[in-house]
Design a protein around this ligand. Structure first.
Ligand code: HEM
Length: 150
């Protein structure tokens, strides 16, 4: 397993490269989940949170929760992300790596704002529960259904 890199290194990189994906120039692009699925391994790893596509290639090595984040490579991470830390503001960490959004049928980009409704505050789940979920996800028993979420 790869060793986690110091977070200061990531912050320093972003200071020097405030627009690492060039999105500030091009704007967000529209993608399908099929396209996202192709980016599931280095040199390009994408994942989706609440309808937005993030390039997580670089962040993976700096994630405080460790390599479990690899589970969502090329997939939608929303459910797992919220299980562990719905209270974490994703854009505070990887906003600069937000590269696009998923176009849903009948859901045009003009309605994108409805994807941005902030999560209500959700306190962190207890450590024993968190450890159990981490174990399940690592063992691949992560067939946790969204409807069981709350
Ligand atoms: C790519 C976007 C993600 C970002 C920006 C992010 C950010 C963070 C941050 C800031 C923490 C520390 C939280 C704290 O100390 O309370 C953390 C911890 C953690 N994250 Fe993530 N995370 C991401 C994705 C994920 C995903 C997809 C998973 C699961 C597959 C995950 C699992 C965890 C776990 C298990 C911890 C440790 C929680 C704990 O010990 O309390 N994260 N993450």
């Amino acid at each position: 397993m790869k060793k986690k890199k110091p977070f200061e290194e990531f912050e320093k990189y972003l200071k020097l490269n405030p627009d690492p994906c060039g999105v500030q120039k091009t704007g967000l692009k529209e993608y399908t989940m099929e396209e996202v699925a192709k980016h599931n391994a280095p040199p390009s790893i994408w994942s989706v949170y609440k309808g937005f596509v993030y390039d997580i290639t670089m962040y993976i090595d700096y994630h405080p929760g460790g390599s479990i984040i690899n589970k969502v490579a090329g997939k939608d991470m929303t459910m797992l992300y919220n299980k562990f830390h719905a209270y974490v503001n994703i854009d505070k960490f990887i906003g600069a790596f937000k590269i696009g959004y998923i176009k849903k049928p009948g859901f045009g980009s003009k309605h994108l704002h409805s994807n941005m409704i902030p999560m209500p505050y959700k306190p962190s789940i207890g450590k024993p529960v968190k450890d159990k979920i981490v174990q399940e996800v690592k063992e691949g028993n992560d067939d946790i259904k969204e409807e069981n979420d709350e």
